[in-house]
Design a protein around this ligand. Structure first.
Ligand code: DX5
Ligand code: ZN
Length: 223
């Protein structure tokens, strides 16, 4: 069964001064998820969004969260988060000494568990876990910062991920793409089977006109 295309709005790219209005607007336009980047300054060279801040957000929105965890040994962090049934949680293959165990720990929260793959992560790792996961988060940039250009091999890598999904008969899987997802890149990635698109400074938050940007991004996914 093929999944419908969905949008995950990247909160690290939203203007904190206008966050309340932005969330109201994302809800009004039925954006599917809030993409929450969690960074420890070790696994990636940047810091961001803290557990208290994230819990505070929960009080102001009913949108499900799409946690992208970029920390060393993520198991300790998982318990600090308020993870709910409709949430997605992705962890990087390289971030845990025992990724299989980490994926199973996350699964105990009854959420959807996903493996995050960096531009240089070998895809054989995906083949090893493909029957344990609900999704893949394929990074099109080296994670940690908004506003980067796509790493050149990543389009080809997305094509390969699509082939692996079909080879293993997992077309029910969530195939998320994250980093430099402009309208044009989203259109191309959709052809490779991507079905969840992280919308950051390359699309929804490229200007102050959020409503227009949502409309344009959605149209590009329908072409
Ligand atoms: C990359 C982050 C993304 C990013 C997406 O490390 O995980 O969420 O902010 O936005 P842009 O479009 O700025 O790459
Ligand atoms: Zn992310």
């Amino acid at each position: 069964m093929k999944l419908e295309n969905k949008i995950s709005a990247s909160l690290m790219c939203a203007d904190p001064f206008n966050l309340g209005d932005i969330i109201v607007s994302l809800e009004k336009h039925k954006i599917d998820y809030l993409h929450i980047d969690i960074m420890d300054g070790k696994f990636v060279p940047n810091l961001g969004l803290g557990s208290d801040y994230i819990k505070a957000l929960r009080r102001h929105t009913s949108l499900p969260f799409d946690y992208h965890i970029m920390v060393k040994e993520p198991d300790d962090i998982i318990n600090l988060l308020d993870i709910r049934q409709n949430d997605l949680v992705s962890v990087h293959y390289e971030s845990s000494f025992q990724i299989q165990r980490t994926l199973e720990n996350i699964k105990k929260h009854n959420c959807k568990v996903m493996i995050a793959i960096n531009p240089a992560t070998p895809l054989c790792t995906l083949e090893e876990v493909i029957y344990y996961i609900d999704g893949i988060n394929l990074l099109m940039v080296n994670p940690g910062f908004a506003g980067q250009n796509m790493v050149h091999n990543c389009m080809r890598k997305a094509d390969k991920v699509g082939r692996i999904i079909r080879k293993f008969n997992r077309t029910d899987i969530i195939f998320e793409v994250d980093g430099n997802i402009s309208c044009e890149n989203a259109r191309k990635l959709k052809k490779y089977g991507a079905n969840l698109f992280v919308a950051g400074t390359s699309s929804l938050f490229s200007s102050k006109n959020l409503t227009e940007n949502i409309f344009k991004f959605r149209s590009s996914l329908q072409e």
